[in-house]
Write a protein that binds this ligand. Structure first.
Ligand SMILES: Nc1ncnc2c1ncn2[C@@H]1O[C@H](COP(=O)(O)OP(=O)(O)OP(=O)(O)O)[C@@H](O)[C@H]1O
Length: 359
């Protein structure tokens, strides 16, 4: 019996179909003493089976709220509308019983704080075994064998399953958490800033490992991060968020090379990157100003106060997330002038003038 279950897991590990996710017009308003706070305001994106989507944007733009909405982990008084279609079933309308099933079978979450939530008094192997057995009727031996396979996948020696969290470094703990997240073989992994707390070398190693596992097991993944470099290295497509909206989306190699939304252009300028041999290092330019107050979302384009290219229309008409080329969308009235903007945006004075103008 146990051998059969083991074989079954191995088969599933290798053969389970990746899931497809379609988020349509997702809106989340947190209930606050000062009224509804519109943290997410009409977000639409897709994750194709087996691909990695990067959800990128500065702190507070609503990335974690999207993840919590997908996992249905938002506070009860938050108002949530729209559709989250996981293999065409809307997660937002599932019963608690169906949701429990979906959460473990189709969705798994890794957060930056997860590595601190390991139980200090249980060895890591027992924690993985418990997590597996809480959701599947398998023997301890079978679950332990699976934990060994998973440790191997994330690059940890199986012998260390018997150790306790305090015996692991931060990077090893995060790998253990990833192994645990993979233990039920979910088709979509939600990785919310999975490496932010680690040093850059460890960060690279873990992302490379995660990406390899994801490719090997043919999983879909959403990588949530404020770091555009991580997106460049690890994602197939990207959705750039600003103030509760997706402002640009498309294949990573296109969006990051020829960004069309001024916010994406600015974000790209603000991050150091590895240059080609003949390339000169451009200055790093930060985008002055901050996010608008979403208790009273502004009319028009939400980026306009920080945008060096804003014109009159941006102040009163909200730009739709419109197709600009096959597979690419940008929410900017002036997306057609993006090539000109990209040139101007490499000059620090372009952004200084915008900051001055918005004050
Ligand atoms: N429970 C809540 N009640 C009210 N407002 C909230 C609540 N949770 C988050 N927010 C607000 O919603 C906005 C989006 O927060 P969210 O955590 O989703 O952003 P984020 O892009 O993930 O940021 P970070 O990278 O800092 O986690 C923020 O302005 C935040 O203050």
């Amino acid at each position: 019996m146990s051998t059969m279950q083991e074989t079954d897991f191995d088969r599933r590990l290798n053969g389970k179909a990746p899931v497809e996710l379609s988020v349509r017009d997702l809106r989340v308003a947190y209930s606050t003493l000062r009224g509804p706070f519109h943290a997410i305001d009409g977000v639409t994106f897709d994750v194709k089976p087996g691909s990695v989507l990067g959800l990128v944007g500065e702190s507070g733009c609503g990335k974690s709220t999207v993840v919590k909405a997908l996992m249905r982990l938002l506070p009860e008084d938050a108002e949530v509308t729209g559709e989250v279609l996981l293999d065409r079933r809307n997660l937002l309308t599932l019963s608690q019983a169906d949701l429990r099933d979906v959460r473990w079978n189709k969705l798994a979450l890794v957060t930056q704080s997860a590595m601190n939530s390991l139980d200090p008094v249980l060895c890591i192997g027992d924690q993985i075994v418990e997590s597996i057995r809480a959701h599947e009727k398998v023997s301890r031996d079978v679950a332990w064998k699976r934990a060994e396979t998973l440790f191997d996948l994330v690059g940890l020696p199986a012998a260390r399953l018997r150790e306790y969290p305090h015996q692991f470094s931060g990077g090893m703990r995060q790998r253990a958490v990833i192994a645990m997240a993979l233990s039920l073989n979910a088709g979509l992994l939600l990785a919310d800033e999975p490496t932010t707390a680690l040093d850059p070398i460890m960060q690279d190693q873990i992302m490379a490992r995660l990406r390899r596992v994801e490719e090997m097991l043919n999983r879909s993944m959403i990588l949530v991060t404020h770091d555009i470099g991580l997106v460049a290295e690890n994602c197939d497509t990207v959705a750039v968020m600003y103030a509760g909206k997706v402002v640009e989306t498309g294949p990573v190699e296109e969006v990051l090379v020829t960004p069309e939304h001024p916010y994406t252009i600015g974000l790209y300028n603000a991050f150091p990157r590895i240059l080609g041999e003949t390339e000169e290092r451009p200055p790093l330019i930060s985008i002055a100003g901050g996010l608008p107050n979403l208790l009273k979302p502004p009319k028009g384009c939400r980026f306009r106060d920080r945008c060096p290219f804003a014109t009159e229309i941006c102040g009163h008409e909200e730009p739709p997330l419109a197709e600009t080329a096959p597979g690419r969308r940008a929410a900017c009235h002036h997306a057609g002038r993006a090539a000109e903007f990209r040139t101007l945006a490499t000059r620090p004075e372009t952004w200084t003038a915008a900051a001055g103008g918005s004050q």
